[in-house]
Design a protein around this ligand. Sequence first.
Ligand code: BGP
Length: 491
Amino acid sequence: MAFPKDFLWGGATASNQYEGGWDQDGKGIATADCVTRGSKKQPRFVTYQTSDGKIHADPYFTLEAPDDAKFGVFEGFDYPCHRASDGYNHIEEDIALLGEMGFKTYRMSINWPRIFPTGLEEEPNEAGLAYYDKVFDCCAKYNIKPLVTISHYETPIGLVNAWQSWVDERTIPCFLRYVETIANRYKGKVEYWLTFNEINCLNFDSWTTSGVATIDPYKLAMVSKHSLIASAKAVQILHTVDSNNKVGNMIGYSVIYPLTPRPEDVLKTWQELNVSYFFADVQARGYYPRYKLKEYENKGIDIGLTQEDKETLKNGTIDFITFSYYMSNCTTTDPNASANMIGNMVIGYKNPYLQASDYGWQIDPTGLRISLNYLYDRYQKPLMVVENGLGTTADVLNEDKSVHDDYRIAYLRDHIQAMDAAINEDGVELIGYTPWGCIDLISVSTGEMAKRYGFIYVDYQDDGTGDGSRYKKDSFYWYKKVIASQGTDLE
Ligand code: BGP
C-alpha cells in the first residue's frame, strides 16, 4: 500500500559526523571533536589535560572525570570528526545528490560551537550562521524541507570546561541564546526542529549525549532536568518566533523483549523501557511521571523541581515524536544468563530468532512495527523515524566506482514494509522517515569511516587515504524509486 501523499521521505546526518571543518571560519571545539578514532575492537577515547600538565586519553563510557580536567584537542591523536566527510566543503554537491534522489526532507544538525564557539559568547559567529544559510538555501533549491536537530552531540567544550556543561543550570541560558539566534535567523527557512538528539541515551553514554563525563546518579538526574527544562523552553521560543514551527523530541529506541516468559523478565522489560520513555513522557506530556519521582525518592535524589519548572514543562510540550530505531534487544533477571549482545549504546541478550549485522546489532523490522505502535499508543502524536539503517564494513568501491549494497537495500526494504504495515494496517500516524547516514559519515560508536550507512559513498578511509569523492551506491537508485513510487516499488 502507498504511504501518505505528503510523507517526508529523506535521510539524516549530524554535523559532527558529517561536516568536518572542525576549526573553519571561527568554529569552536565541540565534545565530539575531542574523541579519538576507534574500531570494532578498539574503544574510542576522550582527551583531556589535568592541572599537573598531564594529557589523558580515557574511554568515556564509565569516566568520572577529575575536577581539574580540561577537555580538548591535543597533538598526536587521530580525531575522525575533524575531517569527517568534509561536508562543510561539499555541501552543495551533496544536497544536489539528495535532491536527485527526490528527498522531501533532510535531517541535519547545526553545530552549536559554529554559532557560539565556546557557548559563553553574547554574540554569535556570523560565518557560522552564514554557512547554514547556504545549507538551507540549497535545500530550498531542491524543495527539501530541513529537519534540524539543535543539539546532536555538539556541546561546546567551553561549557564542559567551565562547569561540566549540563550538570550546571547556567548552561540553560547559553543554550537558549543559541536557540533564539537560530530560530530568528532561519525563520521561514526551517519549519521542522528537534531539540536534543537521543536525549535518553544520557543513561547509557553521558559524554556523547550531553558532554558530561560522569556516572554519578545525582549529577545525571540534574543533567536530565536541565536538558528537559531547556528543551521545553526551546519549544516555547520556536513557537513564539514562528507559529509555523513544529518541534519534536528525539529518543534512541530499541524495543526490548523479555528473554523468557517468566513474569520477572516481563517486569524487567517494562522497567527498562521506562528508562527511555521517561524523557519522552516529560517532553510529550509536560510533567515528570510518577515512576521517576518515586525512583528518585527511593534513591534519596532531590532534583529540586520548582513550581516554575513545572509550568515550563507544561508549556513546552512537543508537537511530534521522533526516534532512532536500528535493532531490538532482550532482557532477563536470570543471574546465570550473561549479557551477550552489544548494540547502539546498549548491552543486552541475544534473540535466537534474529540475525545481526557485522557489528552485532540485531536486525528486527517487526520490532519497528511494534515500536511504532507502542509509541503511538502512548503519546497519540505524529511520529517520525529519524534514524534507521545498516552500518556495515561490507561496502566495496569497485573499479567502475559502483557499490553493490544489496544487503542495505534488503534491510531498508524490510523496515519500510514494517512502517507500511504500521500505517496501513495499524493506523499509526507516521509522517516521515530519514534513514541514518544517507551520505557516508563517521560512526559514533567506533569513530570509523568504514562503518558505512549511506546511499552515497564518500571516498575517505580510516588510514587517511581517499580524496573525498562521492559515488552513488546501488541503494541510491533504489531509494530514488522508493520515493518516486511513494513506497510501493520496493524491488
Ligand atoms: C545514534 C546516533 C547517530 C548515529 C547512529 C548510528 O545513536 O544518534 O549519531 O551515529 O546512532 O550509530 P553508529 O554511528 O555508532 O553506527
